[in-house]
Design a protein around this ligand. Structure first.
Ligand code: ZN
Length: 162
């Protein structure tokens, strides 16, 4: 298990456009494995490669409580959205904060999986939110730009685990 350092807001790498992945390499496989460890360790629902300082179009999403529904998305493209939801959003790169963001209530993206085979992901509610949030990272966009009103201090999320 190898954890990568999560870059935080203010780091220029978070504002740059990530590049398409053209072939799977051992290095990228290692990156994806490390991103998985980092995502689960931080108890996030998604992590994009720029968040660990790598400007590649790779995102990992897992909105399950059990951390057993991992989606690895390479070169993902949003192909369909519908509806609207408004709710709190946070980001591993903006620790301790959250804010209200409007997102589609349904989102679908096409991508390649870790074997560079076509895959797709679609979902509603939290999954739709995560898809939109993570894909935004690949274009250098942080959710804080979309927050309506003030960015708030997040309640300690794992209070109940203490
Ligand atoms: Zn984020």
């Amino acid at each position: 298990m190898a954890l990568r350092n999560i870059r935080e807001i203010g780091d220029p790498v978070l504002t740059k456009r990530a590049k398409e992945v053209t072939e799977m390499t051992d290095r990228l496989r290692e990156l994806i494995n490390d991103m998985k460890d980092t995502l689960y360790d931080a108890q996030g629902v998604g992590l994009a490669a720029p968040q660990v300082g790598v400007l590649k179009r790779i995102v990992l999403i897992d909105v399950s409580e059990e951390q057993n529904d991992l989606h690895v998305l390479i070169n993902p493209v949003l192909v369909e959205t519908s509806g609207e939801q408004e709710g709190y959003e946070g980001c591993l790169s903006v620790p301790g904060k959250m804010g209200i963001v409007k997102r589609p209530s349904y989102a679908k993206a096409v991508a390649l999986d870790e074997n560079m085979q076509p895959t797709e992901i679609e979902g509603t509610d939290l999954l739709a939110r995560a898809i939109c949030h993570e894909l935004d990272h690949l274009d250098g966009n942080l959710y804080v730009r979309l927050v309506e009103g003030e960015l708030e201090d997040a309640r300690p999320a794992d209070e109940e685990e203490e």
